[in-house]
Design a protein around this ligand. Structure first.
Ligand code: ADP
Length: 439
């Protein structure tokens, strides 16, 4: 259609709405398109008469209604763009072009997804319908416009009410969240206070524990030290009594003196063991680090322990050391190995007792393996406790105090390593002492 006089603005507005409705735009979008058209028409008419208005639909891609308004006067683009800025918000796209032949305004609005398909048949129908369109008077158009304005105002009010409700809900939720946050912070603070108090208590308890352990070690060291002298005297006196130079004793007296001597000897072993352990626990054992020749040490152990391996059913084997030298304390290391070997010989009735050493990474692993009674798995840690002896385990020879292994483990720790056992009852035990090669 053509836009020549002010009256035509009403016409273009009506037609725009009709077209928008026919192609399937929703009511609000129809009003938007009509308003945009009448505004653009008004501005173009002010620039001079005779604007051609063409409606097209874009059926490909995203279907849209397009309107092209061509005005014969060129060079108006800059001014129009400025004036139509607000109007551009009513449609999806709006472009103003300065063609050689005039100024062209293009607007487009996308059709909603549910709009009926615009087949060629449907397009024909729309065209025919529009051709029969009887233009209403400006008053009619004003009435329609008023109705649309009322509808729009209603909608704005409804939206404002919705917004107010949503705001109220949001505020309510915020209050809830804040209350929850405060509650959680308080709970967290409470828990933190509890944890801090617990730690303080733990610290205090561990100080008390350390003090108690030190007191125990001190007590053991003092008592054992005080006991050593009288027990040694008893053994000496016993030996004197049974000496051939002393007065002859009756058989019964000799038996009883012998009993006193062995008991005193056992007591001395116990006292010595306690003293060693107390010293180790009190940190009073300072290793004397030096290069240890393991070949020589193994030779010595072989020699000193051979007398204990008296049973022909038991093979006592000391392997050639797989690690020749080691930086450690010779005396303490020999003490641990002697302890383990003595135990192995004590609890092995037949088979073998074997000592060996091999490299394991940066460490040396000493292994004392026997084919003796073995130790049930649940007691593998308990045997390292002071005075603990496996219930019912009878040494093949000798007696024990239950202090050897705890002491040996302490020494292993002092030497920078560890000691543990692997054992199957009835098959034997393997004690492994792991020490750093270079301390
Ligand atoms: P003791 O040998 O003086 O009793 P230990 O602390 O050396 O004390 O050993 C604790 C206990 O561990 C022993 O009484 C024995 O029950 C068990 N045990 C230690 N070595 C062996 C072994 N090689 N085979 C079987 N049992 C062992």
């Amino acid at each position: 259609m053509r836009l020549r006089v002010a009256q035509d603005i009403f016409l273009v507005r009506q037609l725009g709405r009709e077209v928008a409705r026919a192609v399937g735009l929703e009511t609000q979008d129809q009003t938007r398109m009509a308003t945009a058209l009448s505004e653009v028409g008004r501005v173009l008419l002010a620039a001079g008469s005779d604007t051609v208005v063409a409606f097209t639909v874009e059926p490909y891609g995203v279907p849209a209604l397009k309107v092209v308004l061509a005005h014969p006067a060129p060079g108006e683009a800059g001014r129009l763009t400025e004036q139509l800025q607000q109007v551009g918000r009513l449609v999806d796209t709006m472009e103003v072009d300065d063609g050689g032949t005039g100024t062209v305004v293009r607007m487009a609005r996308r059709l909603p997804p549910g709009a009926p398909r615009l087949t060629p048949g449907r397009m024909e129908e729309i065209r025919a319908g529009l051709a029969q369109h009887v233009p209403g008077s400006p008053l009619d158009e004003l009435a329609v416009q008023n109705q649309q304005l009322i509808a729009a105002l209603d909608e704005v009010r409804a939206q404002r009410d919705d917004l107010a409700r949503l705001n109220a809900e949001l505020e309510e939720t915020n209050r809830g969240v804040m209350a929850l946050y405060h509650q959680l912070s308080e709970e967290l603070e409470e828990t933190n206070r509890g944890v801090v108090a617990l730690y303080a208590e733990l610290d205090e308890k561990s100080v008390q524990l350390r003090a108690a352990s030190e007191a125990k070690s001190r007590f053991l060291a003092n008592v054992s030290h005080e006991l050593r002298a009288p027990v040694t005297a008893i053994i000496g006196l016993g030996r004197l009594l049974t000496d051939s130079a002393s007065d002859e004793l009756t058989d019964e007296q000799r038996r009883q003196v012998e009993l006193i001597r062995t008991s005193a000897s056992d007591l001395l072993t116990l006292v010595n063991g306690l003293l060693d352990l107390a010293k180790a626990e009190a940190g009073r054992i300072e290793p004397n680090w030096s290069e240890v020749d393991l070949k020589a040490m193994f030779g010595q152990l072989r020699g000193t322990l051979r007398p204990l391996a008296t049973r022909p059913e038991v093979d006592f084997v000391v392997d050639e050391p797989g690690v020749p030298v080691l930086r450690s304390d010779e005396v303490l290391l020999a003490q641990v190995l002697r302890n383990l070997l003595t135990n192995a010989l004590k609890f092995t009735a037949s088979g073998s007792v074997r000592l060996s050493v091999h490299a394991a990474g940066d460490d040396a692993e000493f292994v004392v393996a026997d084919t003796g009674t073995g130790i049930p798995p649940e007691l593998h840690e308990r045997i390292f406790e002071e005075f603990y002896q496996v219930p019912g385990s009878m040494p093949v020879s000798g007696r024990g105090t239950g202090l050897g292994l705890p002491y040996a483990r302490r020494l292993a720790g002092i030497l920078g390593g560890g000691l543990w056992v692997d054992s199957v009852p009835g098959e034997g035990s393997t004690f492994t002492l792991r020490l750093p090669v270079a301390s």
